[in-house]
Design a protein around this ligand. Structure first.
Ligand SMILES: C[S@@+](CC[C@H](N)C(=O)[O-])C[C@H]1O[C@@H](n2cnc3c(N)ncnc32)[C@H](O)[C@@H]1O
Length: 271
């Protein structure tokens, strides 16, 4: 089943794609993407505001998901088109802004002309792609000289020291399941921004935010829903017992439960 905790999958390991059996685009995934935006957009928009998004900035939002960040970029870039890609762009159509261009685009295979964009943003996408190094190399080509790449992902380390056994085990085992199934590396962002250096980016910067998670909070609902979507696989494949799953669920609903959530790490660099 699983190898060393949170190790990258062995080369050649058969794997599924995001959305096949994990993160299927049914109602829970849409709701989860909406919650994701509510919890993390304030951090992302603050960082991007500091980087600078102005009328005329040509933006690419990779793996736009529910589209909250793409819509925000549209409001900043106004006079230019914001290209928002995903394997599934259905959530980008609702309330579509005039300068939003949704595009079905697999970032591991499809391309853009060199130097097409002033700003490229990808949040919680590259961590899910085993080809992330190759993808980064290509994405940097799509930036004009002086353009900025900003990537965001989870840093898993707060889970390692969690004093709450049920929470720690369920979250770490969920991480193992997504690693083994689609190749997600939940620890990749721990090496930001150094991991961006080899791609020719300069002026590197990074920030990490650790958030407290309390039972019943929006953040607890987000993580509960995230783990819940994989409940069957977690139980059927033996990653968690039913009792362990139940204990985790209770924690996420208990207002006396406090811990640290996986941290949010942001990193950026200029071409
Ligand atoms: C965890 S969601 C994050 C959504 C959005 N970036 C956000 O932070 O709100 C990951 C998104 O990446 C998309 N995705 C996964 N693999 C992709 C690929 N190869 N190319 C483009 N998008 C992909 C998924 O469909 C999903 O919408």
């Amino acid at each position: 089943m699983s190898g060393a905790p949170n190790a990258a999958p062995a080369a050649g390991t058969p794997r599924e794609l995001y959305g096949e059996t994990l993160f299927v685009r049914d109602t829970p995934e849409r709701q989860r993407l909406r919650l994701l935006g509510e919890v993390f957009d304030p951090y992302s928009t603050k960082a991007l505001t500091e980087i600078g998004v102005h009328p005329g900035t040509r933006c690419l939002e990779i793996g736009a998901g529910g589209g909250s960040m793409a819509r925000w970029l549209c409001g900043q870039a106004t006079s230019s088109v914001v290209v928002a890609t995903d394997l599934d762009v259905s959530a980008l159509e609702a309330g579509r802004r005039a300068n939003l261009l949704p595009m079905v685009h697999d970032v591991t295979r499809d391309t853009f002309p060199d130097e097409s964009f002033d700003l490229v943003h990808a949040r919680f996408v590259l961590n899910h792609l085993p080809e992330r190094d190759q993808v980064l190399k290509r994405v940097v080509r799509w930036l004009r000289p002086g353009g900025v790449l900003m990537v965001e992902s989870f840093s898993w380390f707060p889970l390692d020291s969690s004093p709450n056994a049920a929470y720690r085990k369920a979250m770490l085992r969920w991480g193992d399941l997504v690693r083994d199934t689609i190749g997600t590396d939940s620890r990749w962002a721990r090496n930001y921004p150094a991991s961006l250096g080899p791609y020719g980016l300069r002026g590197l910067g990074a920030k990490t935010f650790t958030q407290h998670i309390r039972g019943g909070s929006e953040l607890a609902r987000f993580w509960r829903l995230t783990v819940d979507m994989s409940k069957q696989q977690l139980l059927d494949k033996g990653y968690l017992s039913a009792a362990e799953y139940e204990d985790f669920t209770k924690s996420t609903e208990d207002p006396d439960f406090w811990d640290l959530a996986p941290a949010l790490t942001q990193a950026w660099g200029r071409k």
